[in-house]
Design a protein around this ligand. Structure first.
Ligand SMILES: [Zn+2]
Ligand SMILES: [Zn+2]
Ligand SMILES: [Zn+2]
Ligand SMILES: [Zn+2]
Length: 237
């Protein structure tokens, strides 16, 4: 049956919105969100901060004030940019749940996703490789996030360093001076060292990332294309 001309634009729209997912294919979970609720980093979850102000009006020296943390309103938790470590934990949880489900159903891994075994078997090597390229296998270190937690600041983007300061009373005290972490520029994240920030598994050297290899004709076999055995058609490993 031919489609009426009126609907001829539909496939083009589907292409624009991303190709339809082939039947029987289960895409991997999306990347963990960049923002979410976590322990407030300003007060470390205590809900209170010690004020650096001194009681100038009463003339009292060395008085410290504990007040509700302004960043979280005293809740100890805040919606904020998640640290790479927190994102990695979320990502790992989601991936583990996804993979358990796929393996329990005995589906076939293709790229970062899985496919019903029968549907996967029916794919041509080219179609298999194309699907793997569309859902590329992820880096096993950063799980596709492309970033790692900065070790200098534990993902906080700030570092505290003890400094001796002279107070108005002439006494020297030790104070923690907080500054932007120089190693990550304050983002708390550095590019993943394994994938250089791409989030992808390494390109397979046997097939140059194609996922397929050309096999020359033999006595009882014509020339043909088959899945690369090193990467199982993923093009990455
Ligand atoms: Zn707080
Ligand atoms: Zn990586
Ligand atoms: Zn840092
Ligand atoms: Zn390969």
């Amino acid at each position: 049956m031919r489609l009426p001309a009126l609907f001829a634009f539909l496939p083009a729209l589907a292409m624009a919105a991303g190709q339809p997912i082939p039947e029987g294919f289960f895409p991997p979970p999306p990347a963990a969100p960049a923002k979410g609720e976590g322990v407030c980093l300003e007060c470390e979850g205590r809900g209170k901060v010690e004020s650096a102000l001194r009681a100038i009006d009463t003339g009292e020296n060395g008085t410290t004030f504990r007040r509700a943390c302004p960043a979280c309103g005293g809740r100890g938790r805040a919606v904020r940019a998640l640290t790479p470590g927190e994102r990695e934990r979320l990502q790992r949880q989601a991936l583990n749940a996804y993979e358990r489900e796929q393996r329990a159903a005995r589906r076939t891994p293709i790229g970062a996703g899985f496919m019903e075994a029968e549907a996967a078997k029916a794919l041509s090597p080219e179609a298999h490789a194309a699907l793997a390229a569309r859902f590329p296998k992820r880096c096993r270190v950063c799980l596709g996030l492309g970033v790692e937690e900065c070790r200098k600041c534990d993902g906080r983007g700030k570092v505290g360093r003890l400094e001796r300061v002279e107070g108005e009373d002439g006494e020297t005290r030790t104070e923690t001076v907080v500054s932007v972490c120089a190693a990550c520029g304050g983002s708390g994240a550095v590019p993943c060292r394994r994938c250089d920030g791409s989030g992808l598994a390494k390109v397979c050297t046997r097939c140059d990332g194609l996922g397929t290899v050309e096999v020359e004709a033999k006595r009882d076999e014509p020339a043909h294309t088959e899945l690369c055995r090193s990467c199982k058609g993923d093009g990455r490993r």
